[in-house]
Ligand binder design. Sequence first.
Ligand code: PGA
Length: 247
Amino acid sequence: MRRLIAANWKMNKTVKETEEYIKKFLKFVEHPESREILICPPFTSLYVASQLLQGTGVKLGAQNCHYEKGGAYTGEISIPMLQELGCEYVIVGHSERRHIFGETDELIHKKIVACLEMGMRPILCVGEKREEREARMTFKVIETQIKLALAGVEEHIDKIDIAYEPVWAIGTGTPATPENAVEVHTFIRNLLNELNPNNEGKTRILYGGSVKPDNAKEFMKYDAIGGLLVGTASLDPESFSKIVYSF
Ligand code: PGA
């Protein structure tokens, strides 16, 4: 299975900055078919990004979506709108959406169901807070988040990727150790097998949280790690390309 290396720009980069970034980044891209490279810019940059990425093999994704196709939802963006721009992926349930904007497991579940119905591949983010880790609740928290998000759609597990992003490691400069990550990834893999014994193992489990060019290789040494979701270090094209080609 090809590993997925995804850039989550969060609320960064104007259209002009997106243009500059992508032109520079593409100079570093070789053999895009050897791994799946994904860029998730803010909504306002999707159009220009889709124009520049056409035919390059680099994929485009969004950072969020609404679960309805359209309607009276001021400020929201639907999956068909994203698909028209060439988005193949959408990040769902990122910890900043959960903890800053109050997204619940129920809302995240609706978004996952909508993605599956509308043919969009979601990257479901899960992860425990520091106090939860300290209280040894990591596995319980991850299990609850995954079970609630995937309730009733277990048969489609192969059409989803999961990103394990411990909240305490996001944007802090201190990642989980690769061994910690592998332990949780193995737990998630076993849980997916339990939820759907017939799954074909196509769900990639990514690690995210303070991934940088100098630590990416350590994570990618392990087969259990199916890719990386990169925030801060994806904002510079050279730094992101070093992570993309770290393995
Ligand atoms: P970070 O963010 O790489 O800046 O820690 C990762 C993420 O939030 O997806």
